[in-house]
Design a protein around this ligand. Structure first.
Ligand code: 3PG
Length: 400
């Protein structure tokens, strides 16, 4: 059984690994419940089929049992979204947990305590994985955000519990980040931003193999400008990546990919929200000034290029959008993608800061897909296989 919908679920104990690693404030209040909402469809499906759901997740990076990393604050929201009272265990293995599992009714949900309270989780110790596995009849991995980790609850457990299948969220992430990107409706544009080219080399190289248009923004563009001999003032530059930037530009040319760098930039006299700012051509950044956003002319050029596409993937902001003065480029791209989505273009937002930007602009709901993974979506876009996915029995990769 490689497919959750093909599995016999009635009365079965199902170990579901989700990524409920949501941000909490100092009062243990959830500040963004996206990951909980994203986990709901699989759990609801299991409930509707009469399964007994044993739900597992990590939260944060605790060193041993740490109360502030307990999953307890998640119970009310999870119960509300599922429409049933979720039972919470104080541990994730052991006799107390076993008792709770034994008393779970069909359609009931038991939330285990933070699986990272045991160091064996991250070490992927077989004995620990075996204990997790021993509680259930079936394993469902829906923790896309943690699928790049070979941990006991994401990878090791599959060696002791069959069938091991993907949940709906994991499958959807793969359909978009692998399926739609490998076999795109063309023209296919990739927008890559973020502060450092060094953290996006793999993504750019991998997307260069697949896309027709590549738009670059964010702090990384200054390394490209400098590589082309332009003056960049005090903008962020990775001196040791200048050759690499040149190589990437040459590669794009050789592959016939239309690579666009911003033609104008918004510059600042300091890295601060209240900095003095002005817009200048990319070739005219004065000494002492740093680029913190792409300019309006670039937004126009990028928007025109995007207007010709059928598939767009976006990873990384165009500027320092946390500062209002330097948020225009990122917000304009988010709005453009929302408009394109409305016209039937496949729009994929790949993890992290670009997701925050799309949410800030209030257009998250209209995108074709917003990834719930940061590191995991980056690795997939780099073309890597994820251990949590490889460990499953069979995953169909469907182009959308
Ligand atoms: C994330 O937030 O990216 C995932 O939950 C994985 O968390 P980790 O980086 O602590 O493994």
């Amino acid at each position: 059984v490689g497919d959750l919908t093909a599995a016999d679920l009635k009365g079965k104990k199902v170990f579901v690994r989700a990524d409920l690693n949501v941000p909490l404030d100092e009062n243990q209040k959830i500040t963004d419940d996206t990951r909980i909402r994203a986990a709901v469809p699989t759990i609801k499906y299991l409930i509707s089929k009469g399964a007994k759901v044993i739900l597992s997740s990590h939260l944060g990076r605790p060193k041993g049992v740490t109360p502030k990393f307990s999953l307890a604050p998640l119970v009310p929201r999870l119960s509300e979204l599922l429409g049933i009272q979720v039972v919470k265990a104080d541990d994730c293995i052991g006799p107390e947990v076993e008792k709770l599992v034994a008393s779970l009714p069909e359609g009931g949900v038991l939330l285990l305590e933070n699986v990272r309270f045991y160091k064996e989780e991250e070490k992927n110790e077989p004995e620990f994985a075996k204990k997790l596995a021993s509680m259930a009849d079936l394993y469902v991995n829906d923790a896309f955000g943690t699928a790049h980790r070979a941990h006991a609850s994401t990878e090791g457990v599959t060696k002791f519990l069959k069938p091991s299948v993907a949940g709906f969220l994991l499958q959807k992430e793969l359909d978009y980040l692998v399926g739609a990107v490998s076999n795109p409706k063309r023209p296919f544009a990739a927008i890559v931003g973020g502060s450092k080219v060094s953290s996006k080399i793999g993504v750019i190289e991998s997307l260069l193999e697949k896309c027709d248009i590549l738009l670059l923004g964010g702090g990384m563009i200054f390394t490209f400008y400098k590589a082309q001999g332009l003056a960049v003032g005090s903008s962020l530059v990775e001196e040791d990546k200048l050759d690499l930037a040149t190589t990437l530009l040459e590669k794009a040319k050789a592959k016939g990919v239309s690579l666009l760098l911003p033609s104008d930039v918004v510059i600042a006299d300091k890295f601060a929200p209240d900095a003095n700012s002005k817009t200048v051509p990319a070739s005219a950044i004065p000494d002492g000034w740093m680029g913190l956003d792409i300019g309006p002319e670039s937004v126009k050029t990028f928007s025109e290029a995007l207007g010709t596409t059928q598939t767009v993937i976006w990873n990384g902001p165009m500027g320092v959008f946390e500062f209002e003065k330097f948020a225009n480029g990122t917000e304009a791209i988010a709005k453009k993608l929302a408009e394109l989505s409305g016209k039937g273009v496949t729009t994929i937002i790949g993890g992290g800061d670009s997701v925050a930007a799309v949410e800030k602009v209030g257009v998250a709901d209209v995108m074709s897909h917003i990834s719930t993974g940061g590191g995991a979506s980056l690795e997939l876009l780099e073309g890597k296989e994820l251990p949590g996915v490889l460990a499953l029995d069979e995953v169909e990769r469907v182009a959308v």
